[in-house]
Design a protein around this ligand. Sequence first.
Ligand code: FHN
Length: 464
Amino acid sequence: MKYTPKILLLVTVLASGLLPLTPLRAAVEPLVSSETKEHKDARMAWFRDARFGMFIHWGLYSVPGGYYQGKSIINYGEWIMNNAKIPIAEYAAFAPQFNPVKFNADEWVKIAKDAGMKYIVITAKHHEGFAMFRSKASGYNIYDATPFKRDPLKELAEACRKQGIKLGFYYSQNLDWHHPGGAGNKWDPAAKGDPDKYVDEIVIPQVKEILTNYGEITVIWWDMPGDAINKPRADRIYKAVMECNPNIIMNDRLGNGYKGDTETPEQHIPAQGYPGRDWETCMTINGTWGFKKIEKTFKSTETLLRNLIDIASKGGNYLLNVGPDAEGVIPAGEVQPIAEMGKWLRVNGEAIYGTSATLFGEECGALSATEKDKKGQPAFKPTWDWRCTTKPGKIYIHILKWPGTSFTLDTKGKLGPVTKAYLLADSNKPPLAVTQDGTKLTVTLPAQAPDPISSVLVLEAATK
Ligand code: FHN
């Protein structure tokens, strides 16, 4: 067995009889080592309340929009430089063509707000290496290298502040196919360089720029960690972030053992969430993160709402992506379903925002006896009858499949006597008849569901 410093530390910590988990995290993330639970809870409070955010993938890739030399390139639009192995100089020639004159930060933020989203995370720099902000560290940025001559992140920060939306930045710290020393570009020799120089002269200065020039930035969203972000480099990046904003929420993708504050399942909803950890499922509305002209199929409002409800019922957040085009317009096919989500949330938001996870869990589905998942484990088969979220004194039953005139639930002894039951969508909220026989609870419902996708039944009761 090879005794790495981490294993030696673990052995020392266990042998010394100290609590292993906190010091271990502390050793990896030294600058938050002294954080108390109270401090962490206060730091995470807005995120836990938010439940729904907008991810924005916007970069130079919106110019080709998925096409290169007249051919449609498969896979995600923001990966076109890599998928088509476009040389650095040729790709950089998209910059003079990038003039998103229809970009309107107030409109983008309004779209998010009307959808019921509470925060935005936007790509400040994706793997292509192009900064979507005015950067002194690299001239390869939207202000200096395009005819646009504006800083969209500045405008977005201002609009978010005006409209009361939190703002976070995505930053690709490892993959950078443009700057020498960045990881991932094996097709153009011009990408060769010193990774330390790349981290010290591009990543750290740019991270400092985005965390200090735009007012309060609440999230730093790393992506695609890899070997190039070794321990000393990860430590230097982390230190820079903490110096700029020790209260920032950081995801789990910095690399080299940094667990961050949030788990980030991508394009899927974990069967049971992550009990004991904050988490956020990020997902596309269509088949790409960055804009692609060919993408015309979008998830339905029903699918997206069901996902949001499912995620909230497992204690997580939904970070739903939009990919604006080269003119700065969010495709209508993405705006329409999220606007519908907003309508539903205006009636039923009480059962999503600031809620905690289900009291039960079995309603989400079960492991299949026969089917296996990609890892060869029994596949999780979701069921879609109902979901549950809670707040002190209230249990919200999100009824996805209307059961007719009565809803029956085995409370498993997890709630006390129900003092009132009503439908959230019912403006007068007349009480519904309830019977409780041991752990069997029955609520009389109207024959028709108030909402075709999900209707929320509120039970007022103490939870055990
Ligand atoms: O490679 C990226 C991808 O382009 C996109 O940014 C997603 C969002 O989570 N993250 C990476 C893949 O995991």
